[in-house]
Write a protein that binds this ligand. Structure first.
Ligand code: NDP
Ligand code: BG6
Length: 513
């Protein structure tokens, strides 16, 4: 269980690796964990970070001594911060349970400091308040940057100069976007590394914290039956699908500058692809896993314009209700050609995956909300039951589906005889439905990732060479789309997306699942 990994039992070693250890450090000294949420007044902090911290506290995963600070420009007292976050704390573990006492205990450890993001003076004040609460223990300081990217470097500069831990460790969690192309991402990395070592930077991709994404490696490497099939010899194509049934809803200021390819494909879907396709790592050690992911990413062909379809949602009336177009959003320019949908065919030029299309599809304002990996297997050679499938043999192939969300599941589509005297075949599922098998609620991705950052476990965070390889696949295409001002194909809000996605799939002999 999580409690076994409690950071309280963390060996001294992880403090040493950030290189900030002082000679006075002794194993006997007590340490304390100080977490500062920078941008505490924002949406992500309220919706995800504070609730995840509370869930960790509730599950006894936080050390005995810890404090949480909110930092932002908004003026708030400690009490006002507590009021604000108390509204989004939930007893996730057992909804029937009244965990009021636990909440109160947690809230009493939360404080707030108001300041500017680029002010060393304000960060020195924060440092002073942190020290007061740390009560002379050795501080382990974690900063969570839940702020727009243009102020990342300012905050890192001020935090590292004025509020880093003198004798424990200092780590910084950074939220995407990590730049908007190869150059800006490299520039961001270069600037962050003026103040931090790579070991101190935890680049978050919250999809890596999702239960079924974590499970991908377990499925592949701890079952005999999957790994032998995991190659071009048996797999016809792989599909990575992300869809949301709502639009941009006021986030246009951010979204219009990035678009769906940068928002979802270059990070969330590509990370899943890398885990799916990597060679077996030497061990489960973070560097071994990330080495294999980088290898896959570097074996991928940069995406070409012929292998992508872009779309944007338009207004649509349904059941007496009008669903607005992307460009109707007040935060979006009227003439925007930013894609809210994209479908792409990607290829990995290595021995395992030569010629296998990896199809990605990501879109906002579609007919459903889901995230899935679909693996379509090849035809059975000389299939004895060919006649039973008529002309459409594609329908008879096996398909493995890993449904990341909602309603987590892993199922394998197989052919089966319908019981009875005749010989009728049926498509059926071997189905592992999580909520039927595991009644306990699944932790939110942010809980796992925060705990990992506290423990210094880097496996689920993005290393800078990985990030660079990921941008390498998309940057030439993104430039071309923008230089040629390629207009997206419009699709109605709530539809299945542009038909172009079907032509793209057909070109590679694929039918979307
Ligand atoms: P917000 O836009 O809510 O910004 C967070 C805080 O930053 C605000 O409360 C505000 O605090 C401050 N801020 C906002 N704009 C500016 C500005 N132009 N200059 C200086 N400070 C500013 O962001 P979110 O909470 O939605 O997201 C935080 C980070 O996480 C972003 O990088 C985002 O891309 C990323 N992210 C968000 C997700 C989400 O679901 N919301 C999902 C995945 C990633 P104050 O005015 O009090 O200083
Ligand atoms: C974020 C994107 O990274 O992921 C959002 O910026 C998207 O546009 C979100 O809505 C989806 O995350 P989840 O966990 O709700 O599937």
């Amino acid at each position: 269980g999580l409690a076994e990994n409690s950071p309280m039992k963390e060996p001294v070693g992880s403090a040493v690796e950030d290189g900030t250890i002082s000679s006075s450090y002794s194993e006997k000294s007590e340490s304390t964990l100080s977490m500062t949420v920078v941008g505490a007044s924002g949406d992500l902090a309220k919706k995800k970070i504070f609730p995840a911290l509370f869930a960790l506290f509730y599950e006894d995963c936080l050390p005995e001594h810890f404090i949480v600070f909110g930092y932002a420009r908004s003026k708030m007292t400690d009490e006002e911060l507590r009021n604000m976050i108390s509204k989004t704390l939930t007893c996730r573990i057992d909804k029937r349970e009244n965990c009021g006492d636990k909440m109160e205990e947690f809230l009493q450890r939360c404080f707030y400091h108001s300041g500017q993001y680029g002010s060393e003076e304000n960060f020195s004040e924060l440092d002073k308040r942190l020290k007061e609460k740390e009560g002379g223990r050795i501080p382990k300081r974690l900063f969570y940057l839940s702020i727009p990217p243009n102020i990342f470097v300012d905050v890192v500069r001020c935090a590292s100069r004025c509020a880093s831990s003198a004798d424990g460790w200092t780590r910084v969690i950074v939220e995407k976007p990590f730049g908007r192309d190869t150059e800006s991402s490299a520039e961001l990395t270069r600037c962050l590394k003026q103040y931090l070592t790579e070991d101190q930077i935890f680049r978050i991709d919250h999809y890596l914290g999702k239960e079924l994404v974590e499970n991908l490696s377990v499925l592949r490497f701890s079952n005999l039956v999957f790994e032998p099939l995991w190659s071009r010899n048996y797999i016809r194509n792989v599909q990575l699908i992300f869809s949301e049934d709502f639009g941009i809803e006021g986030r246009g200021g951010y979204f219009d500058h990035y678009g769906i390819i940068r928002d979802i494909m270059q990070n969330h879907l590509l990370q899943i692809l890398a885990l799916f396709a990597m060679e077996p790592p030497v061990s489960l050690d973070a560097e071994d896993i990330r080495n294999e992911k980088v290898k896959v990413l570097r074996s991928m062909r940069p995406l070409k314009i012929d292998d992508i379809v872009v779309g944007q949602y338009k207004g649509h009336s349904k059941g007496g209700k009008f669903y607005p177009a992307y460009i109707d959003d007040p935060t979006v320019p009227k003439d925007s050609i930013t894609p809210t949908f994209a479908a792409a065919a990607l290829f990995i030029d290595n021995a395992r995956w030569d010629g296998v299309p990896f199809l990605m599809k990501a879109g906002k304002a579609l007919h459903t909300t889901r995230a899935e990996i679909r693996v379509q297997f090849r035809h059975v050679p000389g299939n004895l039951y060919k006649r039973n499938f008529g002309t459409d043999l594609d329908k008879a192939t096996n398909e493995l589906v890993i449904r990341v969300q909602p309603n987590e599941a892993i199922y394998l589509k197989i052919n089966n005889k319908v019981p009875g005297l005749g010989m009728r075949l049926d498509r059926s599922d071997l189905n592992l439905l999580y909520k039927a098998r595991y009644p306990r609620e699944i932790p939110d991705a942010y809980e796992r990732l925060l705990l990992d950052a506290i423990e210094g476990e880097r496996r689920l965070f993005i290393r800078s060479d990985e990030l660079d390889a990921a941008w390498g696949i998309f940057t030439p295409l993104l430039k071309e789309l923008e230089e040629k001002k390629i207009s997206p194909e419009l699709y109605p809000y709530g539809s299945r997306g542009p038909v172009g996605a079907h032509y793209l799939a057909a070109k590679h002999n694929v039918r979307w699942g």
